[in-house]
Structures are given as structure tokens and as C-alpha cells.
Unconditional design. Structure first.
Length: 184
């Protein structure tokens, strides 16, 4: 079932697009694949946490593949690709699918917000990154839905079983909190 993206504030549209992702059956697969550019995507039945974010923004007409690639072309050394993966140049097939690159992009072109233990600091449409056990970076989208405590926002993410709406905000070490709501 595909839900329509509603008009209104971009944050609400992003939340709606993220919630729509939870209706897709997606096998967790982060394999490197050659994809078209711009507007490229891996097959709809596979993906990782970053693909939830990428596909949610794409429903709003925002192509993170293109935006991250162009920003990396102009400012490659501001990104962690050389330090983390030993890369010497950009790769439009994968750069936008890496959490550390999205963190850098969102901090450069959106807002990097305080990481806190207060659930009311995390607003619908915000992006949160975590470090999972095994030193694995992860990302998800804050929604307007709340956990049964009435306080903690639920997150749309893919941690291995496809896109899900879950109470994971404080389950892992939070490494970043961002807001990226560009005019388009």
C-alpha cells in the first residue's frame, strides 16, 4: 500500500514518506551495486538504513544521491571517505548510502543539533544516527508517533528486517542529531 505524500510542512511530508517505507518488503542488503545517476536506486526489494532515508527524501523530490555526490565533488576532504575507507575520489553509486557521509552532508547543509537524553528535543522529521554494537553506524527518521510512554518518538529505520517503526531512539549510543528540510 502506498500512502500519498501529504502537503504541509516538509517535516510532516518526510515523516509520511518514512512511514510509507514501512509498507515495503525489503531484504537487508548493503551490497555495492552500480546504479544510474542522478536518481539512481538499488532494487526496491533490497536496502539498508540509509536507503530508508534516501527513498523518503526522494518521495519529496530531493535526490540525496545527487546532492551528496555534488557536495563531495566540491569538498571531498571534508568527508570521511579517505579516512574511513581509504578512497581517493567520489563514487555516486555508494557515497550517499554511507551513514558517515550522510552525517557530514546533513551537518554541512542542514542543522547539526544537540544530542540529548530528552525525548522532546527530537522532532518529527529529524534524523538520528547511532553507533550499533560492532562499531556499525546507523540512521533513522524521527516520526510524530510516540511510544506507549507518550513521550518517546518512534523511529523509522532498517536495522536488518526491512523498514520498521520502532522505539529505538535511546536503545543505542546516539552519535548525531540533524535536521535537513531544504526548500525545493
Amino acid at each position: 500500500m502506498t500512502l500519498p505524500v501529504q502537503s504541509g510542512p516538509l517535516s510532516a511530508q518526510l515523516v509520511n514518506a518514512a512511514l510509507e517505507r514501512t509498507s515495503h518488503n525489503v531484504r537487508y542488503d548493503g551490497s555495492y551495486l552500480a546504479i544510474s545517476y542522478p536518481g539512481g536506486d538499488v532494487p526496491d526489494d533490497i536496502g539498508v538504513c540509509t536507503d530508508v532515508v534516501i527513498r523518503s527524501y526522494r518521495r519529496l523530490g530531493i535526490d540525496l544521491q545527487k546532492l551528496v555526490h555534488e557536495d563531495m565533488l566540491s569538498s571531498f576532504d571534508d568527508y570521511p571517505s579517505r579516512r574511513i575507507w581509504g578512497l581517493e575520489r567520489t563514487d555516486s553509486n555508494i557515497d550517499h548510502r554511507r551513514v558517515p557521509n550522510l552525517q557530514r552532508f546533513f551537518s554541512r547543509h542542514g542543522r547539526s543539533l544537540e544530542v540529548s537524553s530528552r525525548s522532546d528535543n527530537y522532532l518529527p522529521g529529524d534524523l538520528v544516527t547511532w553507533m550499533l554494537p560492532g562499531n556499525l553506524p546507523h540512521i533513522g527518521i524521527v516520526t510524530d508517533r510516540k511510544f506507549s510512554d507518550g513521550q518517546t518518538p518512534l523511529i523509522v529505520h532498517n536495522i536488518g528486517a526491512g523498514p520498521k517503526l520502532e522505539n529505538i531512539l535511546f536503545r543505542y549510543e546516539i552519535t548525531g542529531h540533524y535536521r535537513y528540510l531544504p526548500e525545493h
